[in-house]
Ligand binder design. Structure first.
Ligand code: BGC
Length: 824
């Protein structure tokens, strides 16, 4: 039987109640099975850098790839496709049918809290990377869910904000990646965003979901709400939303069946939504008797190796004065180091920074997954440095003095008890963080039976001094450390608009205990489950938090500067924190938290060969950038980040990335800094002019680094360029001394200011590899509609005739060759 026939047969066998149930989550991540028609329970999971699975815990780890900003920095859709295949493999291993990724909202403002989770400020690059990713996931027979449709470009008031966007900007920017992916990769899922667009909640947006996505673009997958985004039974179904997640309390299910019975909704609309779910089930092999869309799976992928490869390919070397990188460990260096090279133990490297030891490998919120291992920069360099090279480590500065979920040094378990005190479960915990949502509970535990959860175990301090302990999240707690009760009370719940805020709420310190390095102590945090408060879904969410002893910040910096002075090369890893880049809130500035700027300045003053590695998913201000020898943007580099960093610093690999987003020097220079709605509305007043489209026309200061910028370890000559309206050929030659990979970028610039267009925009790119002296030709397919604009009056695309210059080069501002095309 063909899939279509099987879907119709299954649909015909369902009664109204079952159909209504099938459109609603039965728990946090799954839809109900319907054995009578051979339908298995469809399982969904986040995304996008790994596959978390149905539990928000580390007991079923996932390969963790670099952040989406990093993937986009590779400018390589084929690599994105390989990432997608790996994720499909992980999904299959965990019984997941639907991956809730990729995120293809745009970098409208660097303040966007989930900037790390989206690809770029440019819709074409976003669409190309997203297409590769979706193809890869679906090559593995797993559904991709392109999210968040649409204009979820910031987090402030994300549940309610009305993003007011003119039709032309909506079409040419925010819808464009979705449209390209639907066209080129045929995704099986799309996720409707929380926000409104032009006055209509996205889950109810008939025009965008039904007329545009399904009608104009021919999308034939399922549309799922973002989690808790569906608010109206009739509004959502009429608007084209197929599935309301999560369950068990949703506006679909029983409420949907009742609305049909009351005559408020036509059952044909329910059937249309169920058809989309059954088609999804057929595609992923969850409907008996139908051959899934993919029967021959791709070759297995080595996840750790791929994570390392992507990380190397994503690192963007934005500055490399005097070719300080790759580090030359063999030749005598004149660094000004105040030790005697002849009598010293050979090359010395000073590694500095809290994130060099405790790497921040991924962004926070729903994108969080749990890797089986992480390689920090310290681990990576320690493993890679040859004999005779000395590596020292200094913290230098801590990005945050705030307590955070118990991590390094803790060995913890969660003991779940019922009211009688009887133990329901006793399970290991990788960190002091508990996030049990819906039925995602340890085996043997139910919300009905669960009365208390105790996080207990041992803590072995890495340093002597006053250690602070505390709690995060609302409810009743008893906190005991080394036999002392630090807290026994109730933390009230704030008045939160975002129901997921408990994940990211403020940690509260409850007391300090003097501890000795290396001497373990017993720790216990007991939490009594709160039953009084109505919630959208049953949940147990709280954390044991810890802060190591605070050292004098000036002393820490002085120590690091001394280490730098005694070394040939200083490598400083600076980072943002989970409280800066995560989900549910936006950033308030772009500064590196804590004293990290002072640290870099002091280290740079102590050693001219200072290399700064930026461990952040989004732009940060780097006021010292001209005072250091090299700056390498390392993103959130995934589980193998430290190994990849060693590869690139030592020259085993070239840093392959180019900026997918303009890097401003200061927040004040950034074109869009308003992410806070006024009276519930956020107006995209800048129209088409976000990212480089805005920088290119502004007369103000230039950015720190332009879109597309990034250095490798060789040099390139651009030799020839030919272009037609559909393809271009660019010949380049490697003029350096080592093999390299170049990302050839093509931009189009209209000669006249036609139809209020940006000065130029990206229309194609390709990677090309060449040995020293070798020339290669890149053939580049140009973006469709590269001469088109969205005509708001005609409500259609229209080609703008005129003279256009095609520019080929190394970045937006480093054009090497130009040709013109005339369009009548
Ligand atoms: C996020 C989605 C995510 C979902 C499930 C939401 O809060 O916005 O991106 O897929 O939660 O975790």
């Amino acid at each position: 039987m063909t899939a279509d026939k099987a879907v119709e047969a299954a649909l015909g066998a369902l009664d109204l109640d079952t159909k209504a149930r099938l459109l609603a989550g039965q728990d946090m991540w799954t839809l109900p099975a319907v054995p009578a028609i051979g339908l298995a329970s469809l399982v969904m999971s986040d995304g996008p850098v790994g596959v978390r699975g149905v539990r928000w815990t580390a007991d079923d780890p996932s390969v963790t790839l670099p952040s989406p900003t990093a993937l986009a920095a590779t400018w390589d859709p084929d690599l994105a496709r390989r990432a997608g295949r790996l994720l499909a493999q992980e999904a299959r291993r965990k019984g997941v049918h639907v991956l809730l990724a990729p995120t293809v909202n745009l970098h409208r403002s660097p303040l966007g809290g989930r900037h790390f989770e989206a690809y770029s400020e440019d819709p074409y690059l976003t669409g190309e990377i997203g297409t590769g990713y979706v193809r890869g996931v679906q090559d593995g027979g797993v559904a991709a869910t392109v999210k968040h449709f649409v204009a979820n470009d910031a987090e402030t008031d994300r549940f309610t904000v009305d993003n007011v966007v003119a039709p032309r900007a909506l079409r040419e920017l925010y819808l464009a990646p979705f449209e390209a992916i639907v066209h080129d990769a045929r995704p099986w899922g799309v996720m409707a965003a929380y926000n409104q667009v032009n006055g209509v909640t996205m889950t109810e947006h008939r025009h965008l979901q039904t007329d545009v996505l399904r009608g104009e673009w021919g999308f034939d997958g399922f549309i799922v709400s973002d989690w808790l985004a569906a608010r109206s039974t009739t509004g959502a179904l009429r608007g084209g939303l197929d599935v309301a997640m999560p369950g068990p309390y949703t506006v679909y299910g029983e409420a949907l069946a009742a609305a049909v019975r009351a005559g408020a909704l036509d059952e044909a609309l329910v059937d249309a939504a169920v058809r989309n779910v059954l088609r999804l089930a057929a595609r992923v092999g969850a409907l008996d008797g139908v051959e899934p869309a993919v029967t021959a799976l791709p070759e297995p992928v080595d996840g750790a190796a791929l994570a390392r490869e992507i990380a190397c390919r994503s690192f963007v070397l934005v500055r490399n004065a005097d070719d300080v990188l790759p580090l030359d460990l063999d030749s005598d260096l004149d660094s000004g180091a105040d030790f005697d090279l002849d009598s010293g133990p050979g090359r010395r490297i000073a590694l500095i920074g809290s994130a060099a030891r405790d790497a921040r490998i991924l962004g926070g919120g729903s994108a969080e997954v749990f890797p089986a291992r992480t390689v920090s920069p310290l681990d990576g360099l320690t493993g890679a440095l040859p004999d005779g090279v000395t590596l020292t480590y200094a913290v230098g500065a801590t990005p945050s003095d705030e307590a955070s979920p118990a991590g390094p040094g803790f060995t913890l378990r969660a003991v779940c008890r019922e009211a009688t005190g009887a133990v329901l479960a006793d399970t290991p915990l990788p960190t002091g963080q508990i996030q049990w949502l819906g039925t995602d509970l340890p085996a043997g535990v139910t919300h009905e039976k669960l009365h208390s959860v105790e996080i207990n175990g041992m803590f072995t301090p890495r340093a002597s001094g006053a250690h602070s302990f505390g709690t995060r999240g609302p409810g009743a707690f008893t906190l005991t450390v080394a036999g002392r009760t630090l807290y026994d009370g109730v933390q009230a719940m704030g008045d939160e608009a975002d129901p997921f805020e408990a994940f990211t709420g403020t940690p509260v310190e409850r007391g300090t205990v003097a501890l000795t390095e290396g001497v373990p102590v017993q720790v216990s945090l007991r939490h009594t489950v709160d039953r009084g408060r109505p919630r959208p879904l049953p949940a147990v969410v709280f954390s044991l938090v810890h802060r190591p002893p605070l050292r004098d910040p000036d002393e820490l910096i002085a120590e690091a500067a001394a280490a730098a002075r005694a070394a040939d090369t200083a490598i400083v890893v600076v980072a943002t924190t989970e409280r800066v880049e995560s989900e549910g809130y936006d950033r308030t500035d772009l500064k590196l938290p804590g004293r990290q700027d002072d640290l870099v300045r002091s280290v740079a003053a102590a050693n001219p060969r200072t290399v700064v590695v930026v461990n952040a998913g989004a732009p940060v201000e780097m006021p010292w950038r001209e005072d250091v020898a090299a700056v390498l943007l390392g993103w959130f580099p995934g589980q193998e980040g430290g190994a990849a960093l060693a590869d690139v610093l030592l020259g085993a690999e070239e840093p392959g990335g180019r900026l997918p987003t303009t890097w401003p020097a200061t927040l004040a220079d950034a074109p869009v800094t308003d992410v806070t709605p006024t009276d519930g509305e956020l107006h995209y007043t800048e129209g088409l002019f976000i990212g480089y489209r805005a920088w290119d026309r502004a007369s103000g200061p230039a950015p720190a680094y332009p879109f597309g910028h990034g250095l490798g370890y060789t040099t390139w000559e651009y030799e020839s360029l030919e272009a037609t309206p559909t393809t271009a050929r660019v010949q380049i030659r490697n003029t350096g001394t080592r093999p390299g990979r170049e990302i050839v970028q093509l931009y189009v610039a209209p000669r006249a200011d036609l139809a209020e267009r940006p000065a130029r925009w990206l229309i194609g790119f390709a990677t090309a590899e060449a040995a020293p002296g070798e020339a290669v030709e890149a053939e580049i397919r140009l973006a469709p509609r590269l001469f088109d604009i969205w005509d708001e009056e005609a409500e259609a695309w229209t080609t703008v005739p005129g003279v256009y210059e095609i520019q080929a080069g190394r970045s937006l501002t480093d054009s090497r060759l130009r040709v013109t095309l005339e369009l009548d």
